[in-house]
Structures are given as structure tokens and as C-alpha cells.
Write a protein that binds this ligand. Structure first.
Ligand SMILES: *[C@@H]1O[C@H](CO)[C@@H](O)[C@H](O)[C@H]1NC(C)=O
Ligand SMILES: *[C@@H]1O[C@H](CO)[C@@H](O)[C@H](O)[C@H]1NC(C)=O
Ligand SMILES: *[C@@H]1O[C@H](CO)[C@@H](O)[C@H](O)[C@H]1NC(C)=O
Length: 494
């Protein structure tokens, strides 16, 4: 890192001037004053404007004084204001055309100089000196310049030996930022990071690479932060399936048996994982053929997400059972069916009669909306989320659960929700939400009448990489012991 050090060559002259100023007889009894600057360093973002304020104590008028802001030496200065006018003859090249004197509170001794379009070379120490006749006093100010860089981009490549290499790049940082890679479980991934400073702007560019050895890594986030600023810039990538393929026949976890007593369902196994769609079709058929229980049994809706309705902020899995939030909008063909602003999506299924039940795994996701909407719900801009507009839903946001009723209803289920069951009874005009772990009801919208077909509705607020996943129902008779389920306990939601 090579930063221009303006003062080095002229240090002796600076000292001489400084000593000269110190030796001036201070205060001839007429107007004894002292100059104060901000006690703490000022923070300015690259490209912004920043004022460097100084004031007199006591708060006498600064009119008629010579006011000078300078860096290493009093001349040339950052800005000089003398006899009520700005004086540019003594101004440093770097500040030409970039400074404005702010004198609206001059009568009470408060003045400032505004620097426009702050750059990296403005970082450092400043002095302001006030001079009247033979009296003078000065204060020191510190300006910390911070550059918040561009959103990082991740580029993934496969190598010959089948390992993966991901490279994260970003520029526009000052000072050197902190770079951190995490996998989707939040575990740090070791990385090799290089910084380079731009010769013209002094801003840092970052190139950081990882080659994860762990084959279980399904995705990565690269997050870059400035030590002076609270925000982080984050990019996320899902590793290509072709390079990190799981064995296709592997069942990811056992099926989850569940007794939905509240709904009067027979024992069913519900799996929220990928790769079960082939099984699911078969079980649907079986269900239709056997037709075990009477008319009371609602149909297990086997939903598929409709990517054509999905916001460009969302990515739907190949089997259309799962949806994730992206950090960048995808380039997608425009469609009047698509949510163009809210990160929402619908399922393909339309219900205009009957009773339907489905479950969605929300897992540890920090924010979501699940529910049912009229097919005619608007898709453009921010969607009004309430029953008057044809949406009946639950929202989890900032650790709070609420029904999107009008007015809103705060809910506090006894246990955190891992999987949510949604039950629609079209004829009865009822939509209820359940904790799928035990079937207990969380909220019900009732006494409804629907003006048209309904569709399952999902939104994924916040940049949380965890997906929402529709659970497939794998029917399983109670006496069926040879099935993959094993001795899982009902209610064990993980
Ligand atoms: C300046 O000082 C006077 C008293 O000398 C006081 O009345 C006034 O409020 C002060 N103004 C400010 C802005 O501090
Ligand atoms: C701000 O400064 C940068 C770098 O010196 C320059 O490229 C840019 O044009 C300036 N912007 C404005 C608005 O003056
Ligand atoms: C920027 O200025 C601050 C305050 O004067 C100083 O502490 C810091 O070391 C400077 N940073 C760089 C990179 O020069």
C-alpha cells in the first residue's frame, strides 16, 4: 500500500511555521479566545461531502478574523477565509474547487469548511487556526475516510481434479476490508485473499479464493466488511450440482411419520427433502385406489412451485419443491404472472373446491410468509398483504409471528415452528395454520367466501440462504414396519 505522504518533503518548513505561530505573543488582553474542534475523528464516505467544523470559546464572533484550515503546513492551505472573503491564492491543488466556507453561525464563533466529493487522500489530520491581530489559537481535527465497496461477485470454476474453486471479487474499499467465507451451515471456509490499491483513487480491490475440500459444502457466502462501517456486503452461491453431486439414490434422512389428529388424518409420512417425487406419484395413486377413510379425509395436496410466478429474487429447485432467496435479481423474461418486487412465489395448483392440506418446512429461516391467495392477486410492486386484497397468510419476521389479518394478530405458539401445515376448506370458507410437529392449530381464518380459485402463496424476506421446502406426502400405513421410516416418534420434527 503506498499512500501519498504530502508532508514528508516539507516537514522542516512545517516545523518552522509551527514554531513561529507558537512564538507569536498570545492575546493582547483585547480578545483572548480558544479554538475547539470535534474531539473525536470525523467519518466520511468516499464521494460524500464532509464539513470540518471549528468554534470559538467563548462564543464570540469570528467576523473579521483570519480563518485557515490546513493539513501538514499552514500554507498552502485547505481553505482560507480572510476579511469576509475566501482567499484561493494559498490553496492546495488537491482542494481546488472542492471547498466551501460555511459561515452562517459566524457571529457566535461557529464556522466550518465543507469538502466536496471526499477521496482517500483526504484521510488524515487537519488543523484550523483563527487569527485576530496578534492573537491566534488553533484546533486539530481528524478525518477518517471510509470506502464501502461494490457488492461482491462470486465466480465458480471446477478444476481438473474435480474440486471446486470459488473466487470472490469486489472493489472500492478503504481502508483494507475484512473478507470472510462461510458455508451454508455458517462454518468458516479458509481462503486466500489479496488486496490491491488503485493508483488513481487509493481504493482497495479484493480478490479472495476458496477451494472447499468438504464435499458436503452445497453453497458459500463471501462477505466483505469495512472495519469503520457497520454494513457488510455479501454474495452467495450454490455450488453446481454436477460438480458436487450426491449419490442419486441416497435418502436424505428418514421419512417423518406424523399423526394429524387435529385434522383427522390417517398416519402419513411427510418428507420435506428433495428427490422423492418419483415415490410421491405412486403414493398418490395408492391413496386414490385404497380410499381408506370416508369423505372426512382432506386430500394431501402435492404442490409444485410455479417458477413463472416467482420473483427474480428467488431460485426454485429443479424438482420445484424448494425455493431459495438470491442476493441478486436473476435476469428473467418479464411476465405478468411474476411478482416483480416482493420476493414471493405461488404454487402451480389452483383450488376451487374441496379440502386440501400441505406442509412447508420453514426450518430455521429467519423470515417468511405462507398462505393462500386468490389467483387474481396483483403481482406488480409491493403487494398489499391482507384478506381484503385476497391473501390469507401467516408472517414470521424479526422473530415475531403474526397472522396477516386485518388488523394484524400477534401469535405466540408454545413451540418454535419448524414445519407449518396449511389446511384449506373451500366450501366451509376456512383456512387454518398448524404446527406440523403436533398438528396443533396456530390460527384460523374462518367465515370466508372466495370469489375465485385459490393458490398457495410463499414469500422469503431477508437474505437468508435457507430455503422454504414443500413437504411431499409419502403414505404409510400404521402397520407398515418395513418402510424406510423406522421408529421415528410422531412429533419429532427434525
Ligand atoms: C453564546 O453565549 C451567550 C452568552 O455569552 C449565550 O447566551 C448563547 O446562548 C451562546 N450561544 C450558543 C449558541 O452557545
Ligand atoms: C469525485 O472524485 C472522483 C475521483 O477524484 C472523480 O472521478 C469524480 O468525478 C468526482 N465526482 C464529482 C461529482 O465531482
Ligand atoms: C486516516 O486518518 C486517520 C485519522 O487521522 C488515521 O488514524 C489513519 O491512520 C489514516 N488511515 C490511513 C490508512 O492512512
Amino acid at each position: 500500500m503506498s499512500r501519498p505522504h504530502r508532508g514528508d518533503a516539507t516537514l522542516p518548513s512545517f516545523l518552522v511555521t509551527f514554531i513561529f505561530l507558537q512564538l507569536l505573543p498570545a492575546g493582547n488582553g483585547k480578545s483572548d479566545f480558544c479554538v475547539l474542534g470535534p474531539p473525536d475523528p470525523l467519518l466520511a464516505l468516499v464521494g460524500q461531502d464532509k464539513e470540518l467544523p471549528c468554534k470559538l470559546s467563548p462564543n464570540i464572533s469570528a467576523e473579521g478574523m483570519e480563518l485557515r484550515w490546513y493539513r501538514d503546513q499552514p500554507s498552502p492551505a485547505v481553505h482560507v477565509h480572510k476579511d469576509g472573503e475566501d482567499v484561493y491564492e494559498e490553496q492546495m491543488e488537491d482542494y481546488r474547487g472542492r471547498t466551501t466556507f460555511v459561515g452562517s453561525h459566524m457571529v457566535r464563533g461557529e464556522v466550518a469548511v465543507r469538502i466536496r466529493n471526499v477521496t482517500v487522500s483526504d484521510n488524515g489530520t487537519y488543523h484550523c487556526v483563527f487569527k485576530e491581530h496578534t492573537s491566534h489559537s488553533q484546533a486539530t481535527l481528524w478525518l477518517k475516510v471510509a470506502g464501502l465497496g461494490s457488492s461482491p461477485r462470486i465466480h465458480v470454476t471446477g478444476t481438473q481434479d474435480k474440486s471446486i474453486r470459488a473466487e470472490c471479487t469486489s472493489s472500492g474499499w478503504f481502508p483494507e476490508p475484512k473478507v470472510e467465507w462461510l458455508d451454508l451451515r455458517g462454518e468458516p471456509v479458509p481462503a486466500e485473499t489479496h488486496f490491491s490499491a488503485s493508483a488513481s483513487t487509493g481504493l482497495f480491490a479484493v480478490v479472495s479464493t476458496v477451494t472447499p475440500q468438504d464435499r458436503a459444502v452445497e453453497g458459500l457466502t463471501c462477505s466483505i466488511s469495512n472495519p469503520l462501517l457497520p454494513e457488510k456486503k455479501v454474495a452467495e452461491t450454490y455450488l453446481p450440482a454436477a460438480l458436487f453431486r450426491r449419490p442419486p439414490s441416497t435418502e436424505r434422512g428418514p421419512a417423518l411419520p406424523l399423526i394429524l389428529t387435529a385434522l383427522g388424518l390417517v398416519t402419513a409420512a411427510i418428507a420435506c427433502a428433495f428427490g422423492r417425487s418419483h415415490k410421491e406419484d405412486k403414493s398418490e395413486e395408492e391413496e386414490a385406489e385404497t380410499g381408506t377413510s370416508a369423505e372426512a379425509e382432506p386430500s394431501h395436496a402435492s404442490l409444485s412451485l410455479d417458477p413463472e410466478t416467482g420473483s427474480p429474487k428467488l431460485m426454485v429447485s429443479e424438482d420445484r419443491k424448494s425455493v431459495k432467496r438470491l442476493l441478486f435479481d436473476q435476469d428473467l423474461s418479464p411476465s405478468s404472472k411474476r411478482f416483480d418486487q416482493d420476493p414471493c412465489i405461488l404454487a402451480q395448483e389452483r383450488f376451487d373446491a374441496g379440502r386440501h392440506y400441505w406442509e412447508v418446512e420453514v426450518g430455521g429461516r429467519r423470515a417468511w410468509i405462507l398462505g393462500v391467495c386468490l389467483e387474481s392477486l396483483g403481482r406488480e410492486g409491493r403487494i398489499p398483504k391482507s384478506p381484503q386484497h385476497g391473501l390469507w397468510a401467516l408472517e414470521f419476521y424479526k422473530k415475531k409471528l403474526q397472522a396477516l389479518s386485518y388488523p394484524r394478530t400477534r401469535l405466540s405458539p408454545p413451540q418454535p415452528l419448524w414445519r407449518v401445515g396449511i389446511f384449506l376448506d373451500f366450501e366451509a370458507g376456512e383456512i387454518s395454520f398448524h404446527n406440523a410437529a403436533d398438528g396443533s392449530q396456530i390460527y384460523v381464518f374462518s367465515g370466508l367466501s372466495f370469489s375465485g380459485p385459490l393458490q398457495p402463496f410463499f414469500c422469503l424476506w431477508t437474505h437468508d440462504p435457507r430455503p422454504l421446502t414443500i413437504c411431499s406426502v409419502v403414505r404409510e400405513a400404521e402397520e407398515d414396519t418395513e418402510s424406510s421410516g423406522g421408529p421415528d416418534l410422531p412429533g419429532d420434527s427434525r
